[in-house]
Write a protein that binds this ligand. Structure first.
Ligand SMILES: Cc1cc2nc3c(=O)[nH]c(=O)nc-3n(C[C@H](O)[C@H](O)[C@H](O)COP(=O)(O)O)c2cc1C
Length: 359
């Protein structure tokens, strides 16, 4: 039973500041006190995307399990896949605290963590210890704040985690590392993708297996910015896009005081803007390139809407802060119920059906 009990536990975490609450939730998951949900597989929700068989389309977004401490616990909660990181080669402390803020009325979060993480070695140790276990665990890679050569940091991530990653996410869209999002500009992106995908090709030969690489982008891009990313995504053997990271926008927030905090905003108010960017990207890249839709997913209806707007899969983080750890299983069950209601035999049939609405 992870429903009411976990919701209660989750609300009691609100007594703590957000970062302490996050640490306590990771400790609870590590200790195994959280009972597993018994979610049977629904064949209508199973899809093969980028060569990987996903048991359901609902994933945990990067940033919750930055150091790969609880991937199996998250999968047990009902997520069809989980993503660890962002991981940088060397450990780094991130920005000064406080650096995570809840906007309860808005069901939103603002964070300016700045890639705090224990670095490649610590996470690699944990992922190696679970090697061979089932479950899709993506590795989200980034660059140290003081990296002399940012591209080299991403290439190091590919090489280090190649044996243990189900897929990679190249994160160039955090607003909290100064200059990082400049990598989204056409020329820098071309050079980054060239180097990352060349290292993937070499590792694929060595390991006899090609690990998919996704690129995670910001929601705050102009039409020209989206054009450039789409062109580079199609010019390289990239496996897909993740749309999107947190936003710099504060539009529509009721808690105007907390809204003044610097950082990236996520949660319910990001649902519509990130879905619009997803649809604009789907239009640009065509039907063939996988896209994972992220931003504000808090219900089965939201997950379905992302898929109808062009997503193959979805991920979530912030709404789990408000709804508790049973959110993934609630959404997966809700998706099955929506397919029952509409007599749909595969979730795939729904992709792009509301693309024009979102454009
Ligand atoms: C506290 C916090 C930390 C995050 N850290 C990362 C990160 O390290 N790497 C990354 O790619 N995205 C990170 N994100 C962004 C999420 O993965 C996601 O793209 C974004 O929050 C939108 O989804 P949501 O509205 O479901 O939270 C973070 C988000 C939050 C709230």
């Amino acid at each position: 039973m992870i429903g009411p009990l976990s919701a209660l536990a989750s609300r009691s975490l609100f007594a703590f500041d957000p970062e302490t609450a996050h640490g306590l939730s990771i400790r609870a998951l590590k200790s195994g006190v959280m009972p597993a949900c018994r979610l049977g597989e629904d064949a209508r929700l199973v899809q093969t995307v980028a060569g990987i068989r996903f048991p359901n389309p609902v994933g945990l977004a990067a940033g919750y399990d930055k150091n790969a401490e609880v991937p199996d616990a998250m999968l047990k909660l009902g997520f069809g896949f989980t993503e660890v990181g962002t991981l940088t080669p060397r450990p780094q402390a991130g920005n000064d605290k406080p650096r995570i803020f809840r906007l309860v009325e808005d069901r939103a979060v603002i964070n300016r963590l700045g890639f705090n993480n224990e670095g490649h070695d610590a996470a690699l140790g944990r992922l190696s210890a679970r090697a061979g276990r089932p479950g899709i665990v993506g590795v989200n890679i980034g660059a140290n704040k003081d990296a002399a050569d940012r591209v080299a940091d991403y290439v190091a991530g590919i090489r280090r985690f190649y044996a243990v990653a189900s897929y990679f996410t190249v994160n160039i869209s955090s607003p909290n590392t100064p200059g990082l999002r400049d990598l989204q500009a056409r020329e820098s992106l071309g050079a980054l993708l060239g180097a990352v995908l060349a290292s993937r090709a070499e590792e694929a030969v060595r390991h006899g297996r090609s690990v998919p690489v996704f690129l995670k982008i910001a929601p705050d891009l102009t039409d020209e910015g989206l054009d450039d990313i789409a062109a580079e995504a199609l010019a390289h053997p990239l496996d897909g896009l993740i749309v999107s990271n947190t936003t710099l926008s504060r539009d529509g927030l009721r808690d105007r005081e907390t809204a003044k905090q610097a950082g990236g905003m996520s949660g319910a108010p990001l649902m519509a803007p990130s879905t619009r960017v997803l649809a604009r990207m789907r239009k640009r890249v065509g039907p063939g390139l996988p896209i994972i839709g992220v931003g504000g997913v808090g219900s089965a209806a939201d997950a379905m809407e992302k898929i109808c707007a062009g997503a193959d899969l979805v991920q979530l983080y912030s709404c789990m802060v408000y709804e508790g750890p049973s959110l993934a299983s609630t959404i997966v069950k809700g998706l099955s119920a929506l397919l029952d209601r509409d007599g749909i035999s595969s979730i795939r049939e729904l992709r792009d059906t509301r693309l024009s609405h979102w454009l």
